[in-house]
Structures are given as C-alpha cells and as structure tokens.
Design a protein around this ligand. Structure first.
Ligand SMILES: [Zn+2]
Ligand SMILES: [Zn+2]
Length: 544
C-alpha cells in the first residue's frame, strides 16, 4: 500500500488549503504539525495538500453539524466537515488517531516528535457525534482544552468550536419567566393558570428575540431540596393524579408553550426538567417533538452505576420505582432526551468522589436510553485541579464523544492520562485511585454525602474506624511514594493539589482522623487551600 509522506527530515511538499469557515482549524493543524516535525506547512503551494472542506450552500444551515470524514484522495488528504466544527474535530482527530497527540489538560499535552510524518494511502476515518449536546461543566478544563476534546457547550462565544444552546439561562428559569417574586425554595407556579401561561410565553419570546442564535429555551422548575411538589389546586391535582406524576402538569404546560412558539421559532427546542418531584414520567401525556426533557440524576448513588439500582431511591409524593426505571420510562416516550448528571460532592468539593469507574457505565446507560445530550455538572467553581478533576474532565469528554466505550479502552485513557500528567509518579496515584474506589464500593454515596457514609465507618465503632484509618494511612503513603518519584515541578504541584483531598478528608473526619473539631481543623487548612488556589470549599461558599 502506498504511503503518503507528509514530512521528512524537516521538509514537506504539502500545504494546508483552507476555505472560509475553516481558518481556525487550519491554524491549529499547521501549529501542531510544526510542533511534531518542525515543518511549518504553507497556505499555498504547487504540491499535494491537506484540504479542509465544508459543504457547498447555505453556511447557516449546517453551522452546527459536527460529523467529519478524513480521507486520502490521491496524494491529497481531505478533512471534510459537515460544518465548521466538524472540520475542527477532524483536525484534532487526525492529530490524535494518526500522530499520537493527546490533549489531557491546558498545561499537559502529548505531542510525540516525529522525523517522518506518514499517513496510509487508504486513510479513511469517519465520525459522527453520539450526543449533539456535550457539556463537561468542570472549571478546571479550559475552553480550549474542551474544544480539543470535542466538548461543545458552555464555551465563551469567541471560542471557535462551541455551540450556543440556551437563551439567557439553562436552568430553574420558571421563576423569571413567570415573573414570580420572593420565591421560597421549592415553590412552583400554578401551571394551569392562564395568566402564568401567557406571562411565560411572553418572556420566552423576549429571551429568544434577544438570543437569535439560541437552539434551546429552558422552561424549568424552580429548585427545591426536599421533595416538595408542584401546585395542588384542583385543576393541577386532577391532571397529576391522572398522570401519576407532577410531570403531568409540567409536560402539558411546556407542550403548550412549545406549540405556541413553533411557528415563529421552528428550530428552537423547549427544554424542561424531569427533576426531583417531576422525575417520574407521566402515564399518557407525551412531550411534543420540539420539547426536550432533561432527566436529572441527583438522587443517584454515584459510587455504583445507576443501572445497578443499588440504592433505594427517595420518592416523590407519587412514589417512584427507581431512578434507572424512571429514565427508561422517559426514554420510551421522549424522542429528545437530555441528561443532567453530577460528578462532584457539592457539600465538599475536594472530598474524594469515587465515581471514576461508574461514570463509564452511566454514560453508556444514557446512550442506551437514546439520550441526545449530556451535561456533567462537577466542581464548576475552582479552576485549579482539585480532587482529580483534570482526569475526570478528560475522561468525561472522551465518554461523551464515544459513549459506548468498553472498559479496556476507558482504562487505557485513564492510564495514558496518569502517565503523562503525573510522569514517573503515575503508578502510586493509580494505586490510590484503585484503593479509594475499592473501599468506597462497599457503601453508597450521593452528591451531598458525608465522609462516614462514603467510606463506611461509624464514629463509635472502633473496628470500622480503625480499618478506615489504616486505608487512609496507606493513601498518604502512596502520595509520599509519588512525591519521591516526581520528576518535575509541574508534577510536584499536581500531586500537591491531588493530596488536598486527603487533607479535606481528614478535616471531615473529626474524632477519626483528627482529634480537633471540624471548625478548628478547617481554620487550620483554609490558608493552605487558599494558597493552592482553591476559592470555593463547597458549592456557593467562597473561602473566608
Ligand atoms: Zn394549579
Ligand atoms: Zn450504590
């Protein structure tokens, strides 16, 4: 088979030919090829080309298409995108799959140097995203790194590679849309009240007119922490009792909004939640074709896969079978399903969150349930890499692009990350991850769980606390081992950040790992956390 020699010995016959809309991708391709083999390919030339191509015709119509084909055409190499983002993803895929590059984090990329850059003459790679909406909502992953890993949501507008999804806001919008004042937590408007309907409709139009590029408008319930339900007036109750769920009134209401908006905004989707009191699917009402249901996994145990149904689920007043069953039920009636998933402990951002093995199975489950979008909400407030978040974000991005990834491939991504991010110190870090998850597997933990729940010890029980202390001591020893192996300042700094989790774990275990009350320990640790760049200790609570 003929080989295409892109560059050899510091020289190349190739140039990179772009077309309008592919300039950013062309710049990235040229820059990385130069980093790999030292040759800067020009934009024009007489020889063969790496050609970046877009479809003919109306650029607006295909602006959000993301599939691509990379193929050899004689001596030319074509990267043919379905839209501009498809070309960008095609470039990064060529760099990853053919040249061995990896984009682990903003400050950690693998760019294997090569004297000769070769592609097979029968090169053909074709990919289409499994989810159209992919959001890794963790502050530690920079926008540029997200784009390189094909995350397409929650990106600044000036970053090429993002899609603009939500008009104005992505969640808990009903308060603003219905112009509710002084809303108490968990309070919801009456969804069969015509005045509420007209007010929400008017404001939806206002938001959409102000955001003409938005693909989705969120009409979503107010937040609530318990299991407060919706309105229980006679009209609402009649619908919800018949439907066996508060989603009865919610979907009926959102369907009406979606129907009213459709003539003027035919491409816009109206999004609503299946969240807490609306989590259970209705019996007969069906979401319209332009309605997105965003199913939220907030009650899940994140240590084990959702499908294992390991945890008796908390229920709404209408009762619930299980989280997994509720998701399957929505999947059966909703053509457009988004998922809102969680990947941190929101009451202690740095507390170890043992989900690094369950996320693969969960994303796989979302895919099997025909979800078309996934939002992964993690620590969105600390940019520094606490609690292995750089690793978590990288793995999530990989999963959202390739949601039916098998375990071996997933493990391969994890090892590749650790070996590059922690260099010679990778192995003790990996053993720490394995040991931590192994211990956590014996219990169940949610996004607000406290340390005794996550790690299965009881304050007054000597046997369980001693066992936990022994594990804790072994984790500290693994970090000591990693520190001794660290071969650069960058790695030493990353280890210091990762170790903060053990210190927070200690302050969350007064009487077991520390003999001071949490408040005093916390005051002692705060300066250290702040020095390392931690600005939020828990969701919404800035460091004092
Ligand atoms: Zn009502
Ligand atoms: Zn569990």
């Amino acid at each position: 088979m003929k080989e295409l020699i892109l560059a050899r010995g510091g020289e190349s016959r190739y140039h990179i030919e772009s077309c309008p809309g592919t300039e950013f991708a062309a710049g990235e391709l040229a820059a990385y090829i130069e980093k790999i083999c030292g040759v800067r390919l020009p934009e024009t030339g007489d020889g063969p080309a790496l050609r970046l191509l877009l479809p003919e015709g109306d650029a607006h119509a295909y602006r959000n298409a993301e599939g691509f084909v990379i193929e050899a055409d004689g001596e030319d190499i074509l990267i043919r995108g379905e839209g501009p983002r498809g070309v960008i993803y095609g470039v990064y895929t060529l760099l990853e799959d053919c040249f061995g590059c990896r984009f682990f984090a903003e400050d950690c990329e693998l760019i294997p140097p090569a004297e000769t850059l070769v592609l097979p003459g029968d090169l053909h790679i074709e990919k289409h995203p499994a989810f159209c909406y992919r959001d890794v909502f963790l502050a530690t992953m920079s926008p540029a790194c997200k784009v390189k890993n094909k995350v397409n949501a929650s990106l600044p507008k000036d970053i090429p590679g993002g899609q603009y999804f939500f008009a104005e806001s992505l969640c808990h919008t009903i308060c603003q849309l219905a112009e509710m004042e002084n809303v108490k937590t968990g309070e919801q408007p009456c969804l069969t009240d015509e005045k509420v309907f007209q007010t929400v409709l008017k404001n939806c139009r206002k938001w959409l007119d102000a955001n003409p590029d938005a693909a989705v408008i969120s009409v979503t319930q107010n937040d609530g922490y318990g299991h407060q339900g919706g309105c229980t007036c006679e009209r609402c109750r009649e619908i919800d009792e018949r439907e066996g769920s508060f989603a009865g009134t919610m979907i009926s209401f959102v369907n009406r909004i979606a129907e009213a908006l459709e003539p003027d905004y035919p491409d816009v989707l109206v999004d609503t939640f299946a969240y807490r009191y609306t989590r259970k699917a209705p019996r007969t009402v069906r979401p319209r074709h332009n309605v997105v249901v965003r199913f939220c996994t907030i009650e899940a145990c994140f240590t084990h896969p959702i499908e294992s149904e390991c945890r008796a689920t908390e229920d709404s007043i209408y009762g619930t079978v299980s989280l997994a069953q509720d998701l399957r039920d929505w999947s059966a009636i909703s053509g457009k399903l988004f998922i809102w998933d969680y990947c941190t402990n929101f009451s202690r951002y740095l507390l170890p969150f043992p989900d690094l093995f369950s996320i693969r199975e969960n994303v796989n489950f979302f895919y099997k349930c025909n979800a078309i979008g996934v939002f992964e909400e993690g620590d969105y407030q600390n940019k520094v890499d606490g609690e292995l978040n750089a690793l978590r974000a990288y793995l999530l991005a990989k999963l959202l692009w390739d949601p039916d990834m098998d375990e071996e491939t997933y493990r391969g991504h994890m090892l590749e990350f650790l070996q590059n991010y922690h260099g010679a110190a990778w192995e003790p870090v990996y053993r720490y991850i394995l040991s931590l998850h192994e211990r956590a597997l014996r219990q169940h933990s949610g996004i607000y769980s406290y340390s005794p729940t996550i790690f299965g010890y009881e304050m007054m029980d000597l046997e369980s606390t001693n066992a936990f202390r022994a594990d804790y001591a072994s984790w500290v020893a693994l970090f000591d081992e990693a520190d001794a192996l660290a071969d650069s300042d960058a790695v030493r700094h990353r280890l210091k950040l990762a170790r903060l989790s053990l210190e927070v774990l200690k302050l969350c275990a007064p009487g077991v790992l520390s003999f001071l009350p949490e408040q005093i320990t916390r005051e002692r640790y705060y300066p250290k956390l702040k020095e390392m760049g931690i600005v939020f200790y828990r969701e919404g609570f800035p460091m004092p």
